[in-house]
Design a protein around this ligand. Sequence first.
Ligand code: 5GP
Ligand code: ZN
Length: 142
Amino acid sequence: MALVDECIFCKIIRGEIPSFKVWEDDKTFAFMDINPVAKGHALIVPKFHTPNIYEAPQEWLGPTLGAVGRVARAVRDEVQPDGMNILQANDKGAAQSVFHIHFHVIPRIVDDGLTMNWDMVPGDMDEIDKLAEKIAAHTASE
Ligand code: 5GP
Ligand code: ZN
């Protein structure tokens, strides 16, 4: 297991810092966020230190997303929210504050005031089409 000493989530995985654990297997760990933005706010991490989605090896992303689904269903069953957002931040511009990749499970209630929603405004289809082609070229060359 590739964990590092100075990372707070690696410390949580190793049990050096206490956490409210909700799931663990050989590759993943999930625990409650101690600054919850909603009742049931939980975090899911791989047992592999990697800072973000760009660097995360595919073999760790798969099991981690599986655990996200498992925890999301568990939180839904217990909290019974109106909906659920899965959030994952990369870099400071996206307000990432802990640099060990993690997925937030955030239960939502209608009109809860959390500012993660946006109005749907149709884009320029020509522009979207051209950008999609360029992005597809990048994904193909990975
Ligand atoms: P980010 O801003 O990087 O997407 O989210 C980091 C999250 O980690 C925040 O929601 C923050 O509350 C949570 N967090 C930071 N330190 C700790 C900790 O020591 N224990 C737990 N359970 N959560 C933490
Ligand atoms: Zn770490």
